[in-house]
Design a protein around this ligand. Structure first.
Ligand code: NAG
Length: 314
């Protein structure tokens, strides 16, 4: 068939605004995850939801979500992404100081900044570090010819992003990556150079030939366990040489090598920590992803800030 000869182009119109929402968490983040789900359920997206859970507590919670969502979303799948022998506290986090230095800190499950220690690398699945696991999970979805929207468990859906994302897709049908952006120094080198970094807490990897190649060439075969997923992505794109256009409050468009990258403004995904959620206030972002930083690494401490901002009620 003619279409089979063109598996990637053009993106078929019906497929343009279909993607899989993808979230991973573990038991350390249970309070945060419950809060995330409250928003998600309220702002339900018709897109499929895929949940990667990492231990008994998170898998049980995700199973509840699956039951609660019923037919609200296209489909919900729950996968235990680690086997039980691998879920001991063998992973360490990388924390990035304001000076841009990285150090290992106590385990938590912010996979944005998480790596697996070398100790666990030798035994069982996952054999490699967490960064590889993270990218392999996304790769699995891409391999099913689906675009994937990766979500951090602390990126709360104050409103459904579906229609705004569809608008972005209609405007840039050839976009490869659509990502939230922030001015945090992670990595510092890129923040200095671009004035912002791409944040992987809300990021869509589209099913395009160029994204598949990026995964194969740059993301799946990680040479070091000292980089976070976010650092890895930003540096990989920067190596291709990015030319950015667009201002602070609009979508920025980056051409990085042959890739088209859209960086969403903070009116879409906000990392601010200085507002209190007010339902009627039109200045509320679509997604609230407060940057609680290194002071609030554990799920429990982070919750205080989220309560203060009236983003979580439990
Ligand atoms: C989302 O879409 C609405 C409706 O088109 C628009 O008014 C609003 O500015 C958009 N928000 C962002 C952050 O893009």
């Amino acid at each position: 068939m003619f279409l089979k000869l063109l598996p990637f182009l053009p993106v078929c119109i019906a497929e343009l605004d279909r993607w899989t929402n993808f979230l991973v968490f573990d038991g350390h983040y249970l309070p945060m995850a419950k809060c995330w789900f409250q928003w998600f359920e309220k702002s339900a997206s018709s897109q499929s939801l895929q949940v990667g859970c990492m231990d008994d507590a998170s898998c049980a919670e995700a199973e509840l979500w699956r039951q609660n969502l019923g037919s609200k979303v296209d489909s919900v799948s729950v996968t235990n992404v680690l086997d039980h022998s691998a879920t001991e506290a063998t992973h360490m986090d990388v924390s990035i100081s304001t000076g841009g230095e990285m150090k290992l800190v106590q385990p938590h499950t912010g996979h944005r900044q998480m790596i697996r220690s070398e100790h666990s690398a030798a035994s069982g699945f996952p054999r490699s570090n967490y960064i590889q696991t993270y990218h392999k999970m996304l790769w699995d979805t891409l391999s099913q010819k689906k675009s994937v929207l990766h979500l951090d468990v602390d990126a709360l859906w104050l409103r459904s992003p579906d229609s705004n994302l569809s608008q972005v897709l209609q405007q840039y049908p050839d976009a490869d990556i659509i990502a939230s952006s922030s001015t945090e120094w992670d990595p510092k080198k890129i923040a200095d150079k671009w004035g912002f970094v791409l944040n992987v807490g809300f990021i869509m990897y589209r099913y395009t030939e160029r994204v598949l190649r990026l995964f194969e060439d740059d993301l799946l075969s990680v040479p070091t366990d000292k980089q976070s997923c976010q650092v890895l992505l930003n540096l990989a794109l920067d190596r291709k040489g990015c030319q950015w256009t667009g201002a602070n409050l609009e979508n920025r468009v980056g051409i990085c090598g042959g890739m088209k990258v859209i960086a969403l403004p903070h009116t879409f995904v906000s990392r601010a920590t200085d507002f209190v959620y007010t339902p009627e206030d039109p200045s509320m972002p679509i997604i609230a992803h407060p940057d609680t930083g290194v002071l609030h690494l554990t799920g429990i401490n982070r919750m205080e800030k989220f309560h203060e901002m009236r983003l979580c009620t439990q």
